[in-house]
Ligand binder design. Structure first.
Ligand code: THU
Length: 158
């Protein structure tokens, strides 16, 4: 019997400690929370994805009266990036959210399981790690890759 352990490396930073490239991505994720269509949950999420062609593709959650028909900000951004720039590789993704009180969450928001799975596919397509920036108003987490957020992921059909 072997007892094993996984750990997730991440850095905790303030907005002021970010370089310009990351700051721009954070600014866009925050801005896109205002593009959410969230009349049911009143929870607004924005995502910004930097591509290796210099483009940044953003998304926001889009809800639907038939709840499962809506989608999260991360998937709205990554499917849009995949559709618009099929040859481009993902470099980094930033995610921000505003809660039901309309204010940005103080602590970083983390993507749901389905979005982790969807994003992981694009990390595979990129062939390199895709940095994840989780944004809160008081602190920001920077993770080295999407796979670090989804251990034991399902990645291919046998
Ligand atoms: N949501 C996202 O956009 N991203 C996540 O990772 C978690 C949740 C959205 C879905 C729904 O519109 C609202 O937040 C409440 O769950």
């Amino acid at each position: 019997m072997q007892e094993l352990q996984l750990s997730i490396p991440y850095r905790r930073l303030s907005y002021d400690e970010l370089d310009d490239r990351r700051r721009r991505l954070v600014d866009l994720a925050r801005r896109y929370t205002h593009n959410a269509y969230a009349p049911y949950s009143h929870f607004s999420v924005g995502a910004a994805i930097a591509l290796d062609n210099g483009e940044v593709v953003c998304g926001a959650n889009q809800e639907n009266a038939a709840f499962p028909s809506g989608t999260c900000a991360e998937r709205s951004a990554c499917f849009s990036a995949g559709a618009r720039f099929p040859e481009a590789k993902f470099e980094a993704v930033a995610i921000a959210a505003r809660g039901t009180d309309g204010h940005e969450l103080r602590h970083p928001v983390a993507p749901c399981g389905a979005c982790r799975q969807a994003l992981l596919e694009y990390e595979g397509r990129a062939g390199h790690d895709v940095e994840v920036i989780l944004v809160g108003s008081e602190e920001i987490y920077v993770l080295p890759s999407i796979r670090s957020l989804l251990p034991f992921a399902f990645t291919e059909l046998g």
